[in-house]
Design a protein around this ligand. Structure first.
Ligand SMILES: O=C[C@H](O)COP(=O)(O)O
Length: 249
């Protein structure tokens, strides 16, 4: 399975800075794309603007959320159809920052996942436990619930394991922690989707940096990484995207 590297810019990037960042990344992405898939998820305001550049270089365009309804009186919201119309291929759903600041819950995320599929978008569904749940040994119960409640039975998208305690803290989970959680998630997915196929892409996200990317990407079962802060610099994002690859320059 090809690994996927997604850069989630979150609420960063005015037009000039975003264009410069995307240009610096696409200029050097060619050899990386021979071995890995790369998606950039800028803020909504840059989607339409960056689509031509990214598509010309084979980089996917990701959004950071969509509404669960097709259209309607939802001031400030963006529909899955609008994303598809702007060239978006992937949409991040259920990120812990959306769950926290926009009170998103599993049943709503599931509706968004189904809507995204309806419009041909690949959902990247985030799951992850809090520090407290980890300490109290409740992580697996929580992750299992997120899998069964967020994903429809015919789910064919991507899951991103993002422990909340690792996001934006500068301290990624250990290789052992990632491996054991990913084993759990692959099993939970197979049970929920009633399949023996455990090759679904499950990404890791949470303080991934160029210096530890190779070891994270080498963990068995890791389908790639979802990168936040380090995706805001071309140098660090490219460092992560090429980590562990033996690329002829
Ligand atoms: O979507 C990305 C994750 O929230 C990780 O963010 P981070 O790399 O800044 O910790």
């Amino acid at each position: 399975m090809r690994q996927m590297i997604i850069g989630n810019w979150k609420m960063h990037g005015l037009r000039k800075a975003g264009t410069d960042l995307a240009s610096a990344i696409t200029t050097e992405i060619g050899t990386i794309l021979k071995e890995r898939d790369v998606v950039l998820a800028p803020p909504f305001t840059l989607l339409h603007h960056l689509f031509p550049l990214l598509s010309e270089h084979g980089v996917g365009l990701g959004a950071q959320d969509c509404h669960a309804e097709i259209e309607g009186a939802y001031t400030g919201d963006i529909s899955a159809g609008m994303l598809a119309d702007s060239g978006v291929s992937h949409v991040i759903l259920g990120h812990s920052e959306r769950r926290e600041h926009h009170h998103e819950y599993n049943a709503l995320i599931k509706r968004k996942v189904m809507r995204a599929r309806e419009f041909g978008l690949c959902p990247v569904v985030c799951v992850g436990e809090s520090g407290r749940q980890k300490e109290e040994n409740l992580a697996e119960e929580w992750l299992g619930k997120q899998i069964t409640e967020c994903l429809p039975p015919d789910f064919d998208g991507i899951v991103a394991y993002e422990p909340i305690w690792a996001i934006g803290t500068g301290k990624a989970a250990t290789q052992q922690d990632i491996e054991s959680r990913l084993t759990f998630l692959h099993d939970a997915l197979a049970r929920h989707l009633e399949t023996d196929d455990k090759s679904m892409r499950v990404l890791y996200g949470g303080s991934v940096k160029p210096e530890d990317a190779a070891s994270i990407l080498a963990v068995p079962g890791v389908g790639g990484v979802l990168v936040g802060g380090a995706s805001l610099s071309a140098r660090s994002f490219l460092g992560i995207a090429r980590a562990g690859l033996s690329l002829a320059s």
